[in-house]
Design a protein around this ligand. Structure first.
Ligand code: IPD
Ligand code: CA
Ligand code: CA
Ligand code: CA
Length: 263
């Protein structure tokens, strides 16, 4: 299937950032690493990749707004479109030479996610989605897993230290509850890839708290376009700003919600 103009632009930006990240991968001594929070690092690799994406997208769509993890917000003149960008999702993995990280680019139009690209440069897996047109891995159409019993399901989440010890205790308690209810839990270190893997039916479900818009913007659309249900952890309609996510097929979504609610 021929790629749309939108996905062509988004893919070109992701591939340009990927070249930059591949040059920096394994070069941690030269990456000027600093800390933004107890478990949040930033390096020259994040910044270089973000610049590459910004330049490419701005060149193609000069009027659109930007929300980027490292550079923050840039207001465009068009008032309808906003790129939401994580140039390197999985910075901690990257800095440890663990080849599990991704570039995540989402496009919002009038408050709705309409385009998403999640790209792992190491495996060369390119996940794409457009509103109403489905989700794809390279050129293969994606569908969420068909498992219907949580006891058979593999679920993925993120556990990290945040500014609130109370929230962290809830996160651990929820992980314990899910662990007791499902067939296994994973923690990959990249929320964007977790959502792409749910879209691909690799993980049966994903939940996580304390997420930023750029972690989930593209992933929300990816799961939805693969036939999954994605909400925030209160089962409300999800937006990139919601801060939490619960994604699975409809049947597992309800069972995961029940398991988490019991905490
Ligand atoms: C992080 C990853 C991680 C999630 C963290 C995010 P970063 O993003 O998505 O899986 O648990 O909340 O901050 O900082 O590597 O872009
Ligand atoms: Ca970060
Ligand atoms: Ca991130
Ligand atoms: Ca990041």
């Amino acid at each position: 299937m021929a790629q749309s103009a939108l996905l062509t632009i988004m893919t070109a930006a992701a591939r340009k950032a990927a070249r930059s990240l591949k040059r920096d991968f394994g070069e941690v001594e030269n990456l000027q690493v600093s800390r933004k929070g107890p478990a949040d690092f930033v390096s020259a690799a994040d910044k270089r990749a973000e610049r590459a994406i910004y330049e490419e997208l701005h060149k193609s769509r000069p009027t659109y707004s930007f929300l980027m993890e490292e550079g923050g917000e840039i207001e465009g003149t068009d008032g309808q479109h906003r790129w939401i960008i994580d140039p390197l999702d999985g910075t901690t993995n990257f800095l440890h030479s663990i080849p599990m990280f991704a570039i995540s680019i989402g496009l919002e139009r009038n408050g709705q996610m309409v385009g998403g690209v999640i790209y792992n440069p190491i495996t060369d897996e390119l996940f794409t989605a457009e509103r109403g047109k489905g989700a794809f891995l390279n050129n293969r159409r994606l569908r969420v897993s068909g498992r219907v019993h949580l006891a058979d399901a593999v679920a993925v989440t993120g556990i990290k230290q945040t500014a609130s010890a109370r929230n962290d205790a809830t996160t651990i308690a929820e992980a314990a509850a899910m662990n007791a209810a499902c067939a296994g839990i994973r923690r990959t270190g990249s929320a964007a890839l977790d959502l792409a893997y749910v879209a691909a039916g690799r993980f049966d479900g994903m939940w996580e708290r304390d997420l930023a818009p750029w972690d989930i913007a593209a992933g929300i659309l990816m799961v939805r376009e693969a036939g999954g249900l994605v909400t925030d952890l209160s089962n409300k309609e999800i937006k990139p700003e919601s801060g939490s996510v619960l994604a699975a097929n409809e049947k597992l979504h309800a069972q995961m919600r029940k398991a988490l609610k019991a905490v």
